[in-house]
Design a protein around this ligand. Structure first.
Ligand code: SF4
Length: 228
């Protein structure tokens, strides 16, 4: 049984409540979305290398890390992904899965931490959000909104307060600014991007039930660098 793999690497976890921890990453190839500000275009457009699940696990074992993230692209596009997750869990890994929120998260074990995106309007993919995923979240799952402008922020705020997300701990709901030091798609240039200070001020004013999350790996390394 195999998966289409983009890359495997070992680095610092840059997002989620696990940010800052050393972590092994399995980046799977391909995505069903086309976000305007996609920062992993190389994975989105990659058909990947077909690699057996046992071989993927062997490559991870080399890092001697018990924390592993499966990301993409969109990892839930591949029907073998739940099997990889199950096998990693069964041999004692703590598994994080980052998904774009357009696919049912109940296809994967709720023993892993599911970090689910909710796409905001500036992504041009907000109509693909599968909001029924919100009802399936467990205590250990996390949510991420990538926010570019005020419209995105208001969209995130409405979802946080008008859905079952209000039952989730604010510490596990991430508002992450787009474009931190990076060279994103030019379509963003037509937006009035919120500065970090403006975004923080809005969150404080609203006492929003969410945390401001910066992509740590893009602060530590050059934002364009792969494999970190
Ligand atoms: S879901 Fe992720 S990989 Fe897919 S287009 Fe959006 S940002 Fe890129």
């Amino acid at each position: 049984m195999s998966l289409n793999l983009c890359e495997i690497f070992y680095s610092i976890q840059g997002e989620s409540t696990f940010a800052g921890l050393p972590c092994a990453f399995i980046r799977l190839a391909g995505c069903n979305l086309n976000c305007s500000w996609c920062d992993t275009i190389y994975a989105r457009d990659d058909i990947g290398l077909s690699v057996e699940i046992d071989e993927i696990i062997s490559k991870i074992e080399v890092f001697d890390s018990k924390l592993v993230e499966i990301t993409g692209g969109e990892p839930l596009m591949q029907k073998e992904t739940p099997i990889l997750i199950e096998q990693l869990l069964n041999i004692g890994y703590q598994v994080l899965v980052e998904t774009n929120g357009s696919i049912n998260i109940n296809t994967i074990s709720n023993r892993c931490v599911r970090v689910v995106d909710i796409k905001c309007p500036s992504s041009n993919e907000s109509d693909k959000n599968l909001l029924t995923n919100i009802d399936m979240l467990t205590d250990q799952d996390e949510i991420k909104f990538v926010v570019a402008d005020k419209k995105d922020y208001e969209f995130a705020k409405e979802i946080i307060y008008e859905t079952n997300l209000k039952k989730i701990s604010p510490s596990k709901i991430h508002i992450s600014p787009v474009g931190l030091g990076s060279n994103y798609n030019k379509s963003l240039y037509n937006l009035e991007l919120l500065s970090l200070e403006e975004l923080a001020a809005l969150m404080v004013k609203d006492k929003i039930g969410a945390r401001l999350s910066l992509q740590m790996h893009k602060i530590v390394w050059n934002p364009e660098k792969r494999g970190v």
